[in-house]
Design a binder for this molecule. Structure first.
Ligand code: UGA
Length: 448
């Protein structure tokens, strides 16, 4: 099949490379000449494990082409995927659909023969109808069908998620489009990946409902973690205990500094807006958004408390800046709020991240970027783990302690064992693993 992907961002690039790897002929179209130049000379503008090799091998075999010429890429395509950004609209939280609408207009002008137009970008319910309307208005003769096919891949494991999906959701009631989509995903049908064919609006909402549910699940365990700290319980055991219940499931129950990234924050907000407009508010998600915003700032207060109540004049080392490991993405990363709050409280920040420092440098002021975790610990009054990179999981604690001004470790991802860290001479704070909660304090006070 001839596939054209509009947008060579995260979703477009990964999906395009994977479709090419399935044997389809793929053209990835992007407006950004610098990005095209980079891709055509084998440089991948984002960090995603395995993507460089996948792009290189498919480009070499001529199945994956990067181009700025949308018109001819669309004219020759059986399927055109719209994979452009839908960022939060500044000020109001609605998804900004201007790139999607622009793509629809450009596609309409260049279509030749029956063409399936697929929205892969995350778009609010009803956007497919709007894309259809735009194409019809722009080119009344066009023979086409608009399909919703949301993407569920995660940054950091995007290729595996694409090639071994939990499910594929395809929203269309057009029989010709259904056949084309079946052909596109045939390699996955053969692997018995579950496919849900449904109506277009349902597919669009499924994407938002999925991300909102996961954001809520993370936020739930984060609140339980706070409670654990207060009552002297262990959130990891609680998560294990509830996760073994098949109705709950063990995933997305790692307590941490709050969710970030390019999807959960923007998609939860957009769903809230859609639901308010439809006069059917999603109050659980409204609350999830508010709790998560507060949580990022609360993490800075946790560091201040660990430092004895003040960080003024102190140096804080920050390990991990990206919103999660295995990505260079800094969008809505908790590190941004935490560092800003610590600086507002008078701290000096030195930080290290294996992949995110270039992007972080554009978003953070007055941060000294270090080359290693050990350099980050040097002369620091406290070391804070914000992102759970594998490289931080077995640091030489002795070596860290010797270089630090005071041995305080705040682990916002629970990647260390409290007993071991304390045995190495550290004061250790983590998430939801309270042993000095108020109940225990109250019990010992009563015993005195
Ligand atoms: C998320 C979804 O997981 C994907 O299915 C979806 O396709 C994607 O958004 C999207 O809409 O494009 P992603 O943003 O890459 O993927 O990241 P996740 O792995 O879902 O993590 C999101 C945030 O939740 C991160 O800040 C992460 O640290 C946090 N998180 C996740 C936790 O704090 N605890 C967990 O147990 C899981």
């Amino acid at each position: 099949m001839k596939v054209t992907m509009i947008g060579a961002g995260y979703v477009g690039l990964v999906s395009g490379a994977c479709f090419a790897d399935f044997g389809h002929e793929v053209v990835c179209v992007d407006h950004d000449p610098a990005k095209l130049e980079a891709l055509n000379s084998g440089r991948i503008p984002i960090y995603e494990p395995g993507l460089d090799a996948l792009v290189a091998s498919n480009a070499k075999q001529g199945r994956l082409i990067f181009s700025g010429d949308l018109a001819s890429a669309v004219a020759s395509a059986d399927v055109v995927f719209i994979a452009v950004g839908t960022p939060s609209r500044r000020g109001d939280g609605y998804a900004d659909l201007s790139y999607v609408e622009q793509a629809a207009r450009e596609i309409a002008r260049s279509m030749d023969g029956f063409t399936v137009v697929v929205t892969k970008s995350t778009v609010p319910v009803g956007t497919g109808d709007e894309v259809e309307r735009i194409i019809q208005a722009e080119n009344p003769e066009a023979d086409f069908a608009v399909v919703s096919n949301p993407e569920f891949l995660r940054e950091g494991s995007a290729i595996d998620d694409f090639k071994r999906p939990d499910r594929i959701v395809i929203g269309t009631t057009d029989e010709r489009a259904r056949k084309v989509m079946q052909e596109i995903y045939r390699p996955l049908f053969l692997n018995a990946a579950p496919v849900l064919f449904t109506e277009r609006r349902t597919a669009e909402l499924t994407k938002y409902a999925g991300n909102a549910f996961l954001a809520m699940k993370v936020t739930f365990i984060n609140e339980i973690a706070d409670l654990c700290e207060r009552v002297g319980a262990n959130v990891q055991d609680v998560a294990r205990g509830i996760g073994m219940d098949g109705r709950i499931g063990p995933k997305f129950l790692h307590a941490g500094p709050g969710y970030g990234g390019s999807c959960f924050p923007k998609d939860t907000l957009a769903l809230v807006k859609t639901a308010q407009d439809a006069e059917s508010p999603v109050r659980l998600i409204e609350t999830t958004v508010a709790i998560n915003d507060q949580r990022k700032r609360a993490m800075a207060r946790k560091v201040v408390r660990a430092c004895g109540g003040s960080v003024r004049g102190k140096t804080i080392g920050v390990l991990g800046l990206t919103f999660k490991q295995n990505t260079d993405d800094m969008r809505e990363a908790p590190s941004l709020n935490i560092i800003q709050a610590l600086q507002d409280n008078g701290a000096t920040i030195q930080a290290y991240d294996p992949e995110g420092m270039d992007q972080a440098a554009q978003l953070l002021d007055n941060v000294a970027f270090c080359k290693t975790a050990y350099e980050t610990a040097k002369d620091a009054h406290a070391l804070v783990i914000v992102t759970e990179w594998d490289a931080f999981r077995s640091l030489d604690l002795e070596r860290l302690r010797e270089t630090m001004a005071s041995p305080i470790l705040v682990d916002l991802r629970n990647i260390y064992n409290p007993t071991q860290v304390e045995a190495a001479g550290f004061t250790y704070e983590s998430i939801g693993r309270g042993s000095n909660g108020w109940m225990i304090d109250a019990a010992s006070e009563a015993a005195e």
